[in-house]
Design a protein around this ligand. Structure first.
Ligand SMILES: [Zn+2]
Length: 440
């Protein structure tokens, strides 16, 4: 692996524990690890140099909740609520989402995400092996795993077939290779997987090396009411009773918009993180997560986009901005969600949520190099008074110039380094034709 020297960046947002911002520094990456940060770094000859002048360097963004292949369904189900959305989308998925299409969709999403500054994503989707292969081929740090429903679902698999896939997952993941990631178990939700089945999945997850779990929780009020009326408990209480919240592994709640006070007491733990998806929640009118109330209750928050069929893109910069604005609105306080907190949510909090807080999520010596450069030489990014606020409220995905994942330069000057994007878009359009036909 080539060493990379990023020279003389104007700003470095470290996201270390003191939230230090450094000026005019260089960063050396050797064998995928950040080995030096300083004003003047001397290196040997065999180093790829990136000019950091008029640029901002920060940790790569972590998308903590998404369904990557659903990019192929972007715009397919508009102006309907979650329940109607699921009816349309599950019909489309059942018709077109075979392993090949899933691999295409996850490839497509990985390219979109990298170009938008996301270096790690927590994914939940059927045919998880194909999704993982597609994303890994592009180079993003993709955390995906076996996805469970009590009924056959779009992939038409029985519960036993899903269990067999889960048994194989650690081995398959190792064969596929790529940057270090946890093994994630993905029960879809407490309204789609029974408590006893959840208990079985908890037992399997505990048997894995470096395990974690992710599950949809209290996304909208209708979900809470449905689960409460049928099962007599909230989704969070069901997870508690199924043994998923005991601290045996990190767990990420997708959405978690409608947690109750009782849920807070169960979920306010360091190994539990809510993936706040404000874009999807706003668009599906699912509700507004009460950011400050959650923070005051001791809940960990990361940021996600959700799948492209609800959020319409995989842009964490937009999700950061919406998180901050929504937090201020719901608390009626401008002091809520300062920019530095929002940046932490989209970087180090996401890394910690995956059990990877020691490896990625900040720019510090000894950490893996998942970093992005932002081109500051743009009218909408001048002048600069508050660099954190600039990132949250002014920087957009189109400002990302370079992206490095695990020490590998994947995006250079706003373009994929070794990926045929034109061919990809032709393949995506061919898949879209099948979707249109299936829904007509
Ligand atoms: Zn979701």
């Amino acid at each position: 692996m080539t060493s990379i020297l990023i020279e003389h960046v104007d700003y470095l947002i470290t996201v270390n524990e003191h939230n230090e911002i450094l000026r005019n520094v260089s960063v050396l990456i050797v064998d995928g690890v950040i080995t030096e940060i300083g004003a003047d770094i001397q290196t040997s000859t065999d180093v790829e140099r990136i000019d950091g002048k008029r640029k901002l360097l920060m940790p790569g963004l972590v998308n903590l909740h998404t369904h990557t292949p659903m990019g192929l369904l972007r715009g397919v189900s508009e102006d309907v609520d979650l329940q109607d959305f699921l009816k349309i989308v599950w019909a489309a998925e059942g018709a077109v989402m075979d392993p090949d299409t899933v691999m295409l969709g996850s490839t497509h999403a990985a390219v979109e995400s990298l170009l938008s500054g996301t270096t790690t994503q927590l994914d939940m989707y059927f045919h998880h092996e194909s999704a993982h292969r597609g994303a890994r081929n592009v180079g993003i740090r993709h955390v995906g795993g076996p996805t469970f429903l009590d009924f056959p679902g779009p992939d038409n698999k029985t519960w036993e077939e899903r269990l067999t896939e889960a048994d194989r997952w650690e081995k398959v993941k190792k064969e596929i290779g790529g940057p270090a990631i946890p093994s994630v178990m993905c029960p879809h939700g407490t309204y789609t997987v029974s408590e006893s089945h959840l208990s079985d999945l908890v037992a399997i997850t505990k048997s894995w090396t470096n395990p974690m779990m992710t599950v949809h929780v209290s996304e909208n009020a209708a979900e809470n009411e449905d689960v409460l009326s049928r099962l007599g408990k909230t989704p969070t209480r069901i997870l508690e009773d199924a043994g998923a919240l005991k601290g045996d592994f990190p767990i990420v709640f997708g959405h978690g918009v409608h947690l109750t006070d009782d849920d807070f007491s169960l979920a306010a733990k360091p190994h539990i993180t809510i993936a706040h998806c404000p874009g999807s929640n706003l668009k599906l009118a699912s509700g507004a997560l009460r950011y400050q109330t959650y923070r005051d209750a001791g809940i960990q928050l990361g940021i996600g986009t959700d799948g492209c069929s609800t959020s319409n893109d995989l842009d964490i910069f937009t999700a950061m901005r919406l998180s901050a604005m929504l937090a201020k609105l719901t608390s009626a306080s401008v002091q809520t969600a300062p920019s530095v907190d929002i940046i932490r949510a989209a970087t180090i909090n996401g890394a910690k949520a995956l059990g990877m807080g020691e490896d990625i999520g900040s720019i510090e010596i000894g950490k893996r190099a998942d970093v992005i450069l932002i081109d500051l030489d743009k009218p909408h990014l001048a002048p600069i008074y508050d660099i954190n606020a600039l990132v949250v409220y002014s920087v957009g995905k189109g400002d990302v110039s370079d992206v490095i994942v695990d020490g590998e330069l994947l995006v250079k000057n706003g373009e994929m380094v070794k990926f045929d994007t034109e061919k990809l878009l032709d393949d995506v359009e061919a898949a879209a034709k099948r979707v249109r036909k299936a829904l007509s």
